[in-house]
Ligand binder design. Structure first.
Ligand SMILES: Cc1cc2nc3c(=O)[nH]c(=O)nc-3n(C[C@H](O)[C@H](O)[C@H](O)COP(=O)(O)OP(=O)(O)OC[C@H]3O[C@@H](n4cnc5c(N)ncnc54)[C@H](O)[C@@H]3O)c2cc1C
Length: 414
């Protein structure tokens, strides 16, 4: 870790908070993540993938080491890690088991959304203290049957109960690890007569929701995320509806943190594929250096590609860190939206090329489903990235923006 003093974060308009972690805490948490990745996530990755089962051992270890509250501000008992720091944890885990890493990333996105948009609701502060104390795992339910991956449109609505509180019911297309989560964070229309994009985020702690009609999750990849369709029936008190409109939560936090943390996971996956190729090539070149020139050149190209994706990620992380957490207006600027979306598209498509390239470097041993050089799981996991909010949807948003946007595309360095 650098010994240079860390700059204090910019305060958010929520009036937050002693949030920055000190260098010792950051180094300690990153080291815990490395140990979990090596001793737990990597050990069970093949079994988790083969059986399409929840990576219970890894999540138990993350809970034990306090990593589920990494982004909760220190003022509420959390570690106060920055998005860049948790992105590093996502990459570390992604190198070992992409399903475990994606579950961690999705959880952090939910925590960050509550932290940034909880307003002055004391019950939400108490809830975040419980996340720290009990290391509660939060799942996300934004996708919906009929709306697909259109984050900004809901069919289901929050129905007020006559004696206070609410009820709701939502059919999700894809609900990762909901059966294993402590709590859900779910998007819905504000009321029965609200427009499809007049949405709120609703927190449903365990006990306030039931899962029905849970379908199968027998997919090509990301099998450990356990993300079947399901119907969620929930009820609760009014404080469980976040005070910030979902439009602003999505713009300021949910979309930028999703695109950055997902990219961090995917880069970890691709880095591991390249590392397997590199180790294989180094061993081979010791025996027969002449036979490796073509493959080494291919590997160098893959490393360049990884480097440019990493640079895009670092830039988006810096942009996120530099603005106030609740500044939906800045986040919704066309240049900002285009850049965040570009990161998602570039990394989700780039990693498929990189893993495929690493397979070509290694050869048949990578094509096998088993063995230390197998890249089957990596390739199958990598193909989920373009579907996780379909790239065509994201491209069409960018296309619409480019047709009307009058400003330049250049953004100043964060
Ligand atoms: C591993 C994994 C885990 C996930 N976990 C969760 C989770 O926990 N919670 C959650 O809510 N979601 C989750 N998702 C996201 C969710 O699965 C998808 O975004 C959502 O289900 C979309 O489903 P779809 O692809 O069938 O539908 P669509 O998004 O409707 O896409 C279907 C097709 O229609 C096209 N299409 C539709 N509308 C447009 C448009 N306007 N412009 C261009 N093309 C369009 C798409 O390009 C695509 O070809 C996860 C996804 C993956 C891969």
């Amino acid at each position: 870790m650098s010994a240079a003093p860390r700059p204090e974060r910019l305060a958010t308009s929520a009036g937050d908070r002693a949030r920055s972690a000190d260098d010792g805490t950051v180094a300690d948490l990153l080291e815990r993540a490395r140990v979990i990745a090596r001793d737990v996530a990597a050990v069970y990755a093949v079994e988790v993938d083969r059986e399409a089962r929840f990576p219970a051992e890894c999540l138990a270890a993350l809970k034990r080491e306090g990593l589920l509250s990494a982004v909760v501000p220190r003022s509420l008992g959390g570690a106060g890690l920055s998005l860049g720091e948790v992105a590093t944890i996502c990459t570390i885990l992604g190198r070992a088991c992409a399903s475990s890493a994606m579950i961690y990333a999705m959880h952090v996105i939910q925590v960050e959304s509550i932290v940034n948009h909880r307003g002055d609701v004391p019950e939400l502060d108490d809830y975040l203290r419980a996340v720290v104390r009990e290391q509660r795992l939060i799942a996300s339910v934004t996708s919906e049957v009929g709306a697909g991956g259109d984050l900004r449109r809901s069919i289901t609505h929050v129905a007020s109960e006559p004696d206070g509180g609410f009820r709701l019911e939502k059919a999700a297309t894809t609900s990762s690890y909901c059966e294993h989560a402590d709590d859900l964070l779910l998007s819905a229309r504000r009321s029965a007569d609200a427009a499809p994009n007049d949405q709120v985020l609703v927190l449903l702690p365990r006990g306030d929701f039931e899962l029905h009609d849970v379908g199968d999750w027998n997919t090509l990849g990301m099998r450990g995320t356990c993300s079947p369709p399901a119907r969620v029936v929930g009820r609760g008190a009014d404080w469980q509806i976040l005070p910030t409109p979902f439009r602003d939560v999505a713009a300021a936090t949910m979309v930028p943190t999703s695109h950055t943390l997902w990219a961090a996971v995917w880069l970890g996956l691709a880095e591991d594929a390249c590392d397997r190729a590199r180790r294989h090539l180094q061993a081979k070149s010791r025996k027969d250096p002449d036979a490796c020139a073509m493959a080494a050149s291919r590997l160098a190209t893959l490393a360049t590609r990884l480097g440019s994706m990493r640079a895009m990620l670092d830039r988006e992380l810096a942009v996120y860190e530099a603005r106030a957490r609740t500044d939906a207006e800045a986040a919704a600027e066309p240049a900002a939206v285009l850049a965040t979306n570009d990161l998602k598209i570039a990394v989700s498509e780039g990693i498929v090329d990189v893993v495929h390239g690493a397979m070509q470097v290694i050869g048949i041993e990578a094509y096998k489903n088993e063995g230390p050089l197998s890249l089957g799981r990596h390739l199958r996991d990598a193909h989920s990235a373009a579907l996780m909010i379909n790239n065509d949807r994201i491209r069409s948003t960018n296309a619409d923006l480019l047709l009307v946007y009058k400003g330049g595309l250049a953004r100043e360095r964060a």
